[in-house]
Write a protein that binds this ligand. Structure first.
Ligand SMILES: *Cc1c(COP(=O)(O)O)cnc(C)c1O
Length: 428
């Protein structure tokens, strides 16, 4: 590539972070299937352990295959650095581990992936971290939820399963006034459709399991550091701003500047909590990312065709998809995800809960399962599966009432996808 050209997204999706292997000349990034790495000598080992030199020590903390994945996603998002981990949930855990002390709080959208609602509302409680829920349809609720102990705001760019688009810039303004970072889960949009850092996010997280990997074959997560936040202000983030005894008293923010957050997640969170990504999974996800722009455009175009078909069907009471011109989130979509609204949409069945159960039993091309972002078309009835553990009120707030069906529209021929839904709806 010519040095003076900034490559486009499709080029970066294939090349960013990767070079032919210097030792073997292998063109594709190899799977570095090793647990540890040999030190040059005792001084080299000491420098690595003291964070005075960058280099590989042990695959729980870093791995060359994972490093290519990290650089690629950081580049696609426009961040300064990234950390790949074992799952999307592990990414969220490590983000909050770097920010929170027992007794601290954070504000989160109540329209999140069901697993995140469980993680924040239940699992995090045992660390002494409390969540205050806010409503992305009422931006002021974020401001009102902020208190003296608030350490972060967490939202999704496009939220699952409601298909809503969040006003990232408006919530970023609230985060900036409060002096806390805005963390955006960009899983449903992917950096092809939406770039949260351009709208004021400070940290981006992904479930790599979904569109970035894209083929439903591996679990992974990633944290991307935007390099924008001042972690040293007012002593609010001691993990980043205060001397670390385990690293000879260095201060991570002072030492690592605009990629200190990614470093903190790696050398404190990943090292000590341990959810490392297997290099085999990093390899599969890297291969998936090469076709991300092609897949995301096709997912979005197919989903829009499916949404139009459903909106006209007599058994369907409503369709929620920001890609439809009449949708309440269409204006926000044009601002934040103008190339398309992604693969995921929800719709309501006039026959309610029972019709939802019947529909997921009658589809043939669609797979009935709890995942999204696969090349295959997927369907789920959240009330009887993913959102079963939530209360009725939480389900309604998350856009997953009894009549609601969620689709992750695949990249098959759209005529086949629509024909399958047609036959399943006729059977109701
Ligand atoms: C799946 C998902 C997660 C959790 O990711 P895992 O890889 O399953 O741990 C988080 N956020 C969103 C939006 C998701 O779809």
């Amino acid at each position: 590539m010519a040095e003076d050209r900034i490559p486009g997204f499709a080029t970066l999706a294939i090349h960013a972070g990767a070079q032919p292997d210097p030792t073997t000349k292998a063109r594709i990034t190899p799977i570095y299937q090793t647990a540890s790495y040999v030190f040059d000598d005792v001084d080299h080992a000491a420098a690595l352990f003291g964070l005075q030199a960058f280099g590989n020590i042990y695959t729980r903390i870093m791995n060359p295959t994972n490093a290519v994945l990290e650089e690629r996603v950081a580049t696609l998002e426009g961040g300064t650095a990234a950390l790949a981990v074992a799952s999307g949930h592990a990414a969220q855990l490590l983000v909050f581990h770097a920010l929170m002390q027992p007794g601290d709080r954070f504000v989160a959208s109540k329209r999140l992936y069901g697993g995140s609602i469980n993680q924040f509302g239940n699992a995090f409680k045992s660390f002494g971290w409390e969540v205050d829920w806010a409503d992305p349809d009422e931006i002021g609720s974020f401001e009102r939820a902020i208190g003296p102990k608030t350490k972060a705001i967490f939202i999704e760019s496009i939220a699952n399963p409601g298909g809503i688009v969040t006003d990232i810039a408006a919530i970023s303004a609230i985060a900036k006034r409060a002096g806390v970072p805005l963390i955006v889960d960009n899983t449903l949009a992917s950096p092809y459709l939406c770039k949260p850092f351009q709208h004021g996010a400070d940290v981006v997280v992904h479930s790599l399991t979904k569109f970035l990997g894209g083929h439903g074959n591996s679990i992974g997560g990633i944290i991307v550091d935007g390099g924008t936040f001042d972690w040293s202000r007012e002593g609010r983030y001691p993990m980043l701003a205060e001397p670390r005894p385990e690293y000879g008293g260095i201060k991570l923010h002072e030492t690592f500047g605009n990629f200190a957050f990614a470093i903190a997640c790696r050398v404190l969170g990943l090292r000590d909590l341990g959810p490392a990504l297997a290099p085999m999974n990093a390899f599969l996800i890297l291969t998936g990312i090469e076709t991300l722009p092609l897949r995301m455009q096709r997912h979005s175009d197919n989903a829009r065709a499916v949404a139009e078909f459903l909106a006209d069907h007599p058994a369907v009471s409503w369709v929620s998809y920001a890609g439809l011109p009449g949708d309440r989130y269409h204006g926000l979509m044009q601002r934040y995800a103008p190339k398309g609204a992604g693969a995921v949409l929800t719709f309501g069945l006039k026959g309610g809960y029972d019709a939802g159960v019947k529909l997921v039993s009658s589809v043939r091309l669609f797979s009935h399962l709890a995942n999204l972002g696969d090349t295959r078309s997927l369907v789920i009835h959240p009330a009887s599966t993913t959102h079963r553990q939530l209360t009725e009120a939480q389900r309604a707030a998350a856009g997953a009432g009894g009549d609601t069906v969620r689709l992750s529209v695949g990249i098959e021929d759209k005529e086949d996808i629509i024909a399958d839904l047609q036959q399943a709806l006729e059977g109701l």
